[in-house]
Design a protein around this ligand. Sequence first.
Ligand SMILES: [Zn+2]
Length: 429
Amino acid sequence: MTWNEVETASREELRALKGERLRDTVRRAYDRVPFYRERLDEAGVHPDDIERIDDVTRLPMTTKEDFRAEYPRGLFAVPDDEVRRIHASSGTTGKPKVVGYTDGDLAVWREVVARSLTAAGVEPGDTVQNAYGYGLFTGGLGVHGGVEELGATVIPIGGGQTDRQIDLLRDLESDALTCTPSYSLYLAERAVERGVDVRELPLSTVIVGAEPCTDPMREEIEERLGVTAVDIYGLSEIIGPGVSNECVTAQDGLHIWEDHFHPEVVDPDTGEPLPEGEEGELVLTTLTKEAVPVLRYRTGDLTTLTTEQCDCGRTMVRMDNVTGRADDLIIVRGVNLYPSQIEDVVLEFDAVAPFYRIDLRRDGALDTFELTVERRDDAAVDPSTLGGRIADRVRNVVGLTPDEVRVVDPGGVERTETGKVKRVFDHRE
Ligand SMILES: [Zn+2]
């Protein structure tokens, strides 16, 4: 089932629609945002030069640094009285990225989230417990609007309050839960401590987002909560959650709602577009945004695209689950690795819980790499041999042997109840 007809439009129809919308977007950005006018003039591209969607590659790219440099409203394309809502990214490093929404933008947002929920298998009449944070972060209110648009019931509990989350899952018989993958596992663990078996509850779907979710992590969530887990993707610079969503039919990549957001994948080093199927950095262009149109935004997220026909009937391009960010790349003793690769290894071991941390230090001129994993409560294993086996497996997968693999007791790796979990602690600077 789809939410809009356009989700199954032919590729030709989509291309035509996207070409028209790109023209309008570039025109709007050029006429109304001095930043874009300057960039486009520098690149020697005029809005009249844009005819087809493929012309997108002629446009200059936008980065998160541009958002920060234009803080707070430099990228806005509408007068203040047309802005209905403001969101902003957390400003842990530098200034926050501020975004605005017109009435039209909010309507698009509700629509794409309603599509996403439909793709995830949520139906009108269902109850959705929304455990994304409310406030300036786009997760909470973004999902919230889409649930209402769909005609389902939203429980706006927000992040944290785990005991209450468990009570409400049980008492209000929530059908779906939206949260980060790490939080869903934390919740499952807390439920066990309280003697509640989440698998026995009506909950059937967990929609995970805001953090990378590898396939083994997804399996872990599905098993521990007795649910189907599907991935939602988005970022505030583009709109928030609802840029793309996995369909429950195939669970094989996230359909990008490309009548609103045009994707490209580029080489993270050179910015050159890569052919379909090759992994690189996701770049997104908004096609209908009014308040803050965005041209070729470098997301930092690594993925691949495919236009192969999906079993669900949707024709919209699919992206792989994002399992790494260009920014997350760790270089240890000259070896490149992503935390998601370590996560895959950790989850291969049944005796180990899905929580881990990586500590990087510098010992003289040499980097050291320490991995901490947590033994499962019920696992009868010898920690000394388990650590060695994990170290071997890490060496086989990433080509680097950890200096130490520490196996700690259950609960020994720190959990986070709200926000994104931190796995990598780099003490080298
Ligand atoms: Zn599909």
